[in-house]
Design a protein around this ligand. Sequence first.
Ligand code: BTN
Length: 247
Amino acid sequence: IGQSIYYEKSVPSTQKIAHRLAGEGAADGTVVIADEQTEGRGRLARVWYSPIHTGIWMSCILKPKIPISQTPQLTLLAAVAIVQAIEETTGISPSIKWPNDILINGRKAVGILTELQAEADSVHSVIIGTGINVNQSPEDFPAGIQQIATSLKIEKGSEVSRAVLVQAILRNLEQLYTAYLSSGFRPVKLLWESYAISLGKTVIARTLQGTITGKAIGINDEGVLLLETMNGSIEKIYSADIELPEK
Ligand code: BTN
């Protein structure tokens, strides 16, 4: 991973470039990084604020031979790689909120957006976009997200080198992805569960189909969240925003 790195100062979205490169036959593990995004996007068509030099705005093209149903596993794999890299380079221990948010002291420092290029039932490319708030000060965030967003600098109390962090992420991604291709999802799942904050708690899942409240009892082997509802049934959550209880 990262054998080919496309670096640009300013782009609309690294995700967009990665989609184009994947369509043009880019190799497994190709990475696109920019210093600034002018049209950074998040999940559910939200805007991802990506000012110059303060964060890591990066998209990674993976071409695993897996069925489409298993692609959520790669979002979880990326989250583990990033949490470990943050721990190694800053000493901060973040936690993961299913499926893709990395939180520090309850505030979001990292978002992951996984998108697919598929041919019939099989995966052509998985594009994993990660946005990491590294050196923002509180006032650098738009007013609307100041209460819910944070950066590594805010949490650590000093600047963090983006270059060192990117290297650690790519190294961890490489290691986890290689292990995943040879031994499957199990080892990644165990690591992911060790960082997850919502497991064992009652959460509210807002899905496109409606809202489900239940106890988050784990993820299954596809990376899908399992909720045990009041009536004892187990619901599989493929895509949702998860709200955690107050404490
Ligand atoms: C989310 O939490 O909603 C996901 C945010 C993903 C942001 C990253 S930044 C790099 C890549 N390019 C984009 O336009 N989005 C992703």
